[in-house]
Design a protein around this ligand. Structure first.
Ligand SMILES: [Fe+2]
Length: 411
């Protein structure tokens, strides 16, 4: 089913590539400038979008070992993810049942037990309270009711998602609307994780607009990617999650070959975004970037996690890198590092430098609204979804909205 969907999309993209065309939506769409600036609205976006949707935490390949764990703070919530002895991956609020201290301070490691540094209470890898320091002095306590607070977690397509709402339905898969079945074809579960780096950026929507936008590529990125890059895009959506693919000449290579031989790699080009905060882009790593000239090593994925910052004017992006090849020499390792530095520069010095300028421009009040053209269906859909979610309070209605939207392809 999901491969058939990729084939359909590829046939359509090839037809557009041959015609030099791309789909358009009916109208130009306006987003009020205030939608990027208003602090009250921004607070509601954090609460009604980010605290509700599954957020990408990390990757299955980071948790292959028994008892491996990672901790990180997401929107002020300290989160711990741990692979326990039973093989299950679980997420917790990383706060002690005794007096609320952060239990695990280390960002990653391997542990059968987590011991709170404040009073020495300890938890096993599945979050159960197993030790109360000087228990006799403390008093009688039902340990079974005082484990770490669990958060919903979903491991799918090589990705680990966590929900920040421990009181919600926890049905994270329903938020993904079948999109994770498509993401399986990227093969992230078989990749190696080769590092992450952080970039500070502007308002999360200013930043996210850029991930859905191919229109700017040959203009803003003329020095980095060059001018010979397709500025057209086709948007396919699964609920609010969108794949952006380019009807460029690379797709024509598939023509004349039996569809059964069209590889997953060829069928999954473009940018796969996961609403509200992830973009997965892929690059062919060629060691010629460092002048070695020995050719392509394989595919590198840059998985960007975008989090709203402490104010409406700030965000933090973590760029995660995964590769589908093994690094066997120092030259290859330097090529991988060179790509990481290159992509940091592109996003920090081109995209986000421009985004900070957008913010200053909007703050002048000179423009009431900004525009998304008929060729910018992705940005239009993104803003429409955020608007709808701010109007929809019960979780059951949010899930119904997503399920009713279902899969929508652009022809
Ligand atoms: Fe860009």
């Amino acid at each position: 089913m999901s491969r058939e969907r990729l084939l359909e999309a590829a046939r359509r993209t090839i037809a557009h590539a041959k015609a030099g065309s791309a789909p358009q939506v009916d109208t130009i769409f306006r987003v009020p400038a205030d939608s990027y600036l208003d602090p009250d609205r921004w607070g509601r976006e954090v609460d009604l979008v980010f605290r509700r949707f599954p957020l990408l935490f990390g990757f299955s390949c980071e948790f292959t070992e028994e008892y491996s764990y990672r901790s990180m703070e997401i929107l002020g919530v300290p989160v711990l993810v741990s692979r326990s002895g039973d093989g299950e991956l679980r997420a917790f609020v990383n706060t002690c049942s005794h007096r609320g201290a952060i239990v695990v301070a280390e960002p990653e490691g391997s542990a059968r037990r987590f011991t709170c540094p404040y009073h020495g209470w300890s938890y096993d890898s599945s979050g159960e309270l197993v030790g109360v320091f000087d228990n006799d002095a403390f008093g009688e306590l039902d340990k079974g009711c005082h484990g770490l607070t669990q958060l919903p977690l979903l491991e799918s397509a090589g990705l680990v998602f966590v929900g920040l709402n421990h009181q919600g339905t926890g049905e994270l898969d329903r938020y993904l609307c079948g999109y994770d079945e498509m993401l399986e074809h990227l093969g992230l579960g078989d990749c190696r994780f080769v590092g992450r780096q952080a970039v500070e950026g502007p308002n999360w929507k200013v930043a996210y607009d850029g991930y859905l936008d191919f229109y700017h590529l040959p203009v803003l990125h003329r020095e980095s990617f060059g001018t010979n890059i397709c500025n057209k895009a086709i948007y396919d959506a699964w609920g609010p999650h969108q794949r952006v693919s380019a009807p460029d000449s690379s797709m024509l290579r598939l023509e004349g070959r039996p569809e059964s031989e069209w590889s997953s790699k060829a069928l999954t080009t473009g940018v796969w975004t996961i609403f509200p905060h992830v973009s997965i882009a892929s690059f062919e790593v060629d060691s010629s970037i460092i002048g070695d000239g020995s050719g392509s090593l394989g595919r590198m994925y840059m998985v960007s996690q975008l989090f709203p910052g402490e104010t409406p004017q700030s965000s933090l992006t973590i760029q995660n890198f995964l590769i589908d090849f093994s690094v066997n020499s120092e030259v290859q390792a330097s090529s991988v590092d060179a790509y990481k530095r290159f992509l940091l520069g592109v996003v920090r010095d081109e995209d986000y430098a421009t985004g900070f300028g957008v913010q200053r421009g909007l703050a002048t009040g000179a423009k009431d609204s900004v525009l998304f053209g008929r060729n910018e269906a992705g940005g239009q859909r993104f803003h429409q979804w955020v608007d709808q979610l701010l109007e929809t309070t019960p979780e059951s209605e949010v899930l119904a909205l997503i399920e009713n939207a279902g899969y929508q392809s652009q022809s």
